[in-house]
Design a protein around this ligand. Sequence first.
Ligand code: SF4
Ligand code: FES
Length: 363
Amino acid sequence: MKLEAPYALLAELTHRCPLRCPYCYNPVELVRRSAELDTDTWKGVFDQAAAMGILQLHLSGGEPTARGDIEELVAHADGSGLYTNLITSGVLSDAGQLERLAAAGLAHVQISIQDSIADSGDWIAGYAGAQQKKLELAASAEDAGLALTINAVIHRQNIERVGDMIDLAIEMRAQRVEVANVQYYGWGIKNRHNLMPTLEQLHRMHATVKQKIDDLEGRIVIDYVVPDYYARRPKACMNGWGRRFMNITPEGKVLPCHAAETIPELEFDNVRDKTLAEIWTDSAAFNRFRGTAWMPEPCSSCERREIDWGGCRCQALALTGSAANPDPVCELVPGHAEVLATAFEDSRDIEVDFDYRNFGGGS
Ligand code: SF4
Ligand code: FES
């Protein structure tokens, strides 16, 4: 297989975050502040990324504006020629900073919402007043000349309001809303018993979102990914392992996907030791599930093997105990029904006891 240049780089600048979402994709063991890459190292990484042909840089976390050098980093990334997107909780920033970030070259901002109802959104985020701050920041994105996407993360505690969340994204004057169902690894799998919707809820959400896509055509773009456990075939996670995407953790480890650290057999190279280009081509972690040679049956002889690339490795690990197994979300995979039935046992309506992520401030 010819190895193309990656298309996008997700830079997790820090794991520090004032929100405590119980489905956060950050690892359960968060990186301490003192272990984070410094400003110059990140700048060097952005230069290398641009030289490799990477087009998009997503600045994420944790909460990327928790870093005091965020404006300097955006300016450098823009100077390197990267299209730069800020993925933010929206609670640490303000209109003034958005204007400075736009002036520094930021092109796009993504703000997450936890619910359409403020009290519920604050409860899910584990942060009083979060929703109000998000609304205020979104209102200033247009003034700053920034394109705005709202990320609506869906689970059992808010799924009945998915239509209201899309309407809220319109009120926030977003051009795009991502309706993203919680992914079950990291904090998400720790809280799966609080988050997993019932099948009936998933059916209702599906109908609502489809209707909204028809009704709101031309007003907002709705990106809707069918929830994994409901689909008949898996998603092409990351567009295939090691094909288009790189993720760098706050301490500089380079991962093929944001949840790859959940896979115990993998070891990751670090930008402190090797260049990004070397890691892209030679890293054992990137090569472990790249292409189709690693695939067991039924994937290895399946006509979709270069369409979905065997689904999601992290999900295969979470559901079957091994990342090298086929993704059991696929109906063609033996044991599919049993695996999903076990997962759906978590959708019972029980008293909620969120295991909130911690701040990750550390020293
Ligand atoms: Fe994809 Fe494997 Fe299922 Fe084929 S068998 S559709 S390659 S997950
Ligand atoms: Fe890791 Fe899908 S999230 S491969």
